[in-house]
Design a protein around this ligand. Structure first.
Ligand SMILES: C[S@@+](CC[C@H](N)C(=O)[O-])C[C@H]1O[C@@H](n2cnc3c(N)ncnc32)[C@H](O)[C@@H]1O
Length: 193
């Protein structure tokens, strides 16, 4: 399944569980990156919640899915960055949301990506995202990156961990096949000291 087929299948789905969990914490911020935004379920949620959003994805076609669902004023608060997220520097923001995207980074570029994520979050800002674990069914894919709990905690050691959760389950993937899913969810806060 290519990305466009994926977007068509998940078009109009609800925002990710983790982003909804974060929004229930009532720590509203102003600016956000939606990393690997895809067809934009989280980008749209952030726009509807008043954020200025940088929607980053390497697929130009994502614009078609998002533009259709937002009004003029929301469009003014949205900036697309159509690039490989492993190769660019990010704008400074209060929130980075990354749902099912970081693990698609090539292992050669993951250090750069993680470094950029951490440095582009403003003080008192948040990271909200997930990482596929080393037991995941797709772990033979050499173009993707899989994580241990220790690696994630080491990466975010200068952040305060607000929420950390491991999920291991057999789950129907978007392509309809049953998949052994291993994923870590993280909400982390960049405190002043
Ligand atoms: C599984 S989809 C998730 C989309 C969206 N975050 C969601 O939750 O619906 C992964 C997205 O990451 C994007 N992506 C994968 N590798 C990327 C890269 N190196 N640079 C930028 N975007 C990338 C894909 O194009 C795709 O839109």
């Amino acid at each position: 399944m290519n990305w466009n087929e994926y977007y068509t299948k998940i078009n109009n789905s609800k925002p990710s569980n983790l982003l909804r969990r974060f929004s229930e914490m009532n720590v509203m911020r102003r600016t956000a990156i939606d990393l690997g935004c895809g067809s934009g379920k989280d980008t749209i949620f952030l726009l509807k919640n008043g954020y200025k959003v940088y929607a980053i994805d390497k697929e130009e076609i994502i614009k078609k899915y998002i533009d259709d669902k937002i009004d003029k004023e929301e469009k003014m608060r949205l900036e697309y960055i159509i690039k490989d997220f492993g190769e660019i520097e990010f704008p400074k923001v209060d929130l980075i949301n990354a749902n099912l995207s970081i693990s698609f980074c090539n292992p050669n570029k993951i250090d750069n990506l993680l470094k950029n994520i951490k440095s582009s979050i403003n003080i008192e800002g948040f990271f909200v995202g997930n990482f596929l674990g080393i037991l995941d069914d797709w772990n033979m894919n050499k173009n993707m990156t899989f994580f241990t709990e220790q690696q994630i905690k080491e990466t975010f050691k200068n952040f305060k961990i607000i929420y950390f959760n491991e999920i291991i389950e057999n789950k129907k993937a978007v392509n309809g096949n049953l998949k052994y899913l291993h994923i870590y969810e993280l909400i982390a806060y960049k405190s002043k000291n």
